[in-house]
Design a protein around this ligand. Structure first.
Ligand code: UD1
Length: 333
């Protein structure tokens, strides 16, 4: 196995920390770069952590050199869709301009492999509700556009240099480490599973259903929920693929089937053993009725096989983590 270090930007965040944990368990050398704006020192566990911004050219250049970085996984980003609408330049600044800086440093340092966290938001509202990687890209918010612009930079840089990259387009990430060491710790979370678990445990009064008049089986929005452990594993497989000489590629990360908001809430109530306090509200602006991944390409090209394609397991791990946070909220330390 290569001796080089893998730089994980945003490795103290939700998804990044799960990937770091898996990389370390496989014996890989990892260094994290995280500004701790939404991540937590504790999520890095005992992995080397450099605190700083991906937009800091001097810092990133030094880090790549000092740590002999040969591959980069880039998670660090802002991810709140409504905030991207009200403050677009924050998103273009961090998600696009800082990515450009990181890529420039990687290019100068000779980094050969780059794995980029993208999003299903690059598709916007696909006509059939199912998105393939070659479905037309039509983001409907600055978050999706800021990620798509980074995809384009990667495409062009890989065409011009010997960089090879993988773009992973995440669908709805949920759940936590089944062993309960790390989990989704974002403050003021907006993601459905997190919000529902908080409501189940009394951390918030209720959970809202944003729209119950969609043309879906039960009228509520349908999404492709993927367990964070399966998503993390996709990153390791993408790195193996690049290290074995695989060409630059883009993969959807989802299971290829969906659950409605009501089905998710029912599962949270069932696993928790008590009904949820639910309030039905109007549709949230910009929400597609259905968004499901066509996930054939990642299965056939990377051989990715999910281990946790089960809503009950996803919800149980999320609830377990939420209880742990309630007992010991390291975020206040
Ligand atoms: C998430 C991702 C987005 C990605 C998309 C892929 C983030 C912040 N967003 O957005 O980047 O492109 O998945 O599908 O990571 N809902 C409620 N009540 C709530 C919260 C949500 O009814 O309190 C509903 C929404 O209307 C939607 C579904 O639940 O139908 C999922 O919403 P949410 O968890 O916010 O994720 P997405 O908006 O799908």
């Amino acid at each position: 196995m290569s001796e080089y270090n893998i730089l994980v930007t945003g490795g103290a965040g939700y998804i990044g920390s799960h990937v770091v944990q898996q990389l370390r368990s496989k014996g890989r050398n990892v260094v994290i770069l995280d500004n701790l704006s939404t991540g937590f020192r504790q999520a890095a566990q005992d992995t080397d952590l450099v605190i700083g911004d991906t937009g800091d050219k001097a810092l990133v250049s030094q880090l790549l050199k000092d740590h002999n970085v040969g591959a980069v996984m880039h998670f660090a980003a802002h991810t709140i869709v409504p905030e991207s609408v009200s403050d677009p330049l924050k998103y273009y600044g961090n998600n696009t301009c800082c990515t450009r800086n990181l890529l420039e440093c990687c290019s100068a340092h000779g980094v050969k492999h780059f794995i980029f966290s993208s999003t299903a938001a690059v598709y916007g509202i696909p006509a059939t509700g199912v998105a393939r990687e070659d479905t037309p890209l039509n983001p409907i918010n600055p978050y999706g556009s800021s990620k798509l612009m980074s995809e384009w930079m990667l495409r062009d840089l890989s065409a011009a240099t010997d960089l090879a990259h993988v773009v992973l387009r995440y669908f709805n990430v949920a759940g936590s480490d089944p062993k309960g060491r790390i989990g989704q710790s974002t403050r003021k979370a907006t993601l459905l599973t997190k919000v529902a678990c908080e409501a189940a445990l009394g951390i918030r009064d209720q959970v809202a259903i944003f729209g119950s008049d969609y043309a879906t089986p039960d009228g509520t929005g349908v999404r492709d929920y993927i367990h964070v452990e399966d998503l993390a594993n996709a990153h390791l497989m993408a790195l193996d693929y690049l290290e074995q000489g695989g060409a630059s590629n883009t993969f959807n990360c989802g299971y290829g089937h969906g659950y409605s908001v009501r089905e998710v809430l029912d599962m949270v109530a069932r696993v928790n053993g008590a009904p949820l306090n639910i309030k039905e509200l109007p549709r949230r602006a910009g929400d597609p009725p259905t968004l499901i991944a066509d996930a054939e390409r990642i299965r056939t090209t990377l051989g990715w096989r999910p281990q946790y394609d089960d809503l009950e397991q996803i919800v149980a791990s999320a609830l377990h983590w939420e209880r742990k946070l309630m007992q010991n909220d390291f975020r206040n330390q």
